[in-house]
Design a protein around this ligand. Structure first.
Ligand code: C2E
Ligand code: MG
Ligand code: MG
Ligand code: MG
Length: 286
């Protein structure tokens, strides 16, 4: 009857709550133990110039190769790492691995212009972040121009004045700066105009319905125009079809990143991705 059903539901609910808490706790312990080991590794996804389809650079995307669970995606463990502040030591490991990869590619005579690294607001708001970064990058023998730091608008929301100060110091130190996931966060034009950025990245959510949603197209064209007028280059994220590719190229967007031309992987990026639409039969709408 209804009463026993309800009771069951409550019991099951409590049971799964406990499970979730324990799972969360053990994942946190596991993550703590993973820091400094090769369980944490980087995948790299190529970014290409839209006009000539040549390699711009690559974005480093963190992966966690958990001993029992296998690959855990950042969507799962980055929020946990931020809640627990583990993102700070993890972030240093990411920077170290990115620098090591740049040096390794250089040694193989592969010309990768830069590696973009995602920087959490918690990292950037550490008062000694710029000094520590300079020391680590210089010690690795990597030119600061070879690193692009991807920041998000959340940063500006937390402590705008200190964030601006940090960004200026980073730009001055020679790093490239990109604003990630643009259009989804808290930015105001007033903040954007003060930010010393090289690039803005249009979030995937505006790209995915190109060809179907004129409002998304209007937003994309406006971001491209805004970026250029503010003397920033503009990259579109999450490009999966040739229709999106051609739309963005015609709209004057500078660069793209997406599964269409490259997925994140451990292998070095191709300097020239496939040039032929026919090479990708999955996109039949063109
Ligand atoms: P993000 O920085 O915006 O990175 C782009 C995400 O979009 C990546 O997901 C990438 O695999 C995915 N992506 C790229 N092209 C396509 C496409 O064509 N279609 C679709 N559906 N997805 C595409 P990923 O690797 O799962 O990373 C998710 C987020 O985790 C990143 O978003 C970033 O915010 C965060 N993250 C990753 N690595 C790090 C890191 O080292 N440090 C910090 N703080 N955050 C990181
Ligand atoms: Mg990013
Ligand atoms: Mg992004
Ligand atoms: Mg995104």
């Amino acid at each position: 009857n209804a009463k026993s059903l309800g009771k069951n539901r409550v019991l099951r609910y409590q049971h799964s709550q406990t499970d979730a808490t324990q799972q969360h706790f053990s994942l946190e312990q596991d993550l703590r133990l993973a820091i400094g080991t090769d369980q944490l590794l980087l995948h790299f996804q190529a970014q290409y110039t839209l006009a000539d389809r040549t390699l711009d650079g690559v974005e480093a995307l963190l992966r966690w190769d958990h001993p029992r669970r296998g690959m855990v995606s950042p969507g799962e463990f980055i929020p946990l790492a931020e809640e627990t502040q583990l993102i700070v030591p993890i972030g240093w490991q990411v920077i170290e691995m990115a620098c090591r990869q740049i040096a390794a590619w250089d040694a193989e005579a592969l010309r990768i212009p830069y590696v973009a690294v995602n920087i959490s607001p918690l990292q950037l708001l550490q008062s000694d972040f710029v000094d520590c970064l300079n020391r680590q990058v210089d010690a690795a023998g990597v030119s600061r121009r070879r690193l692009e730091l991807e920041i998000t608008e959340t940063l500006l929301h937390l402590d705008p004045d200190f964030a601006f100060q940090q960004l200026k110091a980073l730009r001055h130190a020679g790093y490239r700066l990109a604003l990630d996931d643009f259009g989804t966060g808290y930015s105001s034009f007033n903040r954007l105009k003060k930010m010393p950025l090289d690039r803005i990245k249009i979030d995937r959510c505006f790209v995915k319905d190109i060809g179907r949603n004129p409002k998304d197209e209007a937003i994309i064209c406006s971001i491209i125009d805004l970026g250029h007028r503010l003397e920033m280059s503009v990259l579109a994220e999450g490009v999966e079809t040739w229709e999106q590719f051609h739309y963005l190229a015609a709209a004057g967007c500078d660069s793209m990143q997406g599964f269409l031309l490259a997925r994140p992987s451990t292998s070095p990026p191709l300097e020239r991705p496939c040039q032929e639409e026919h090479a990708l039969p999955s996109d039949s709408r063109a």
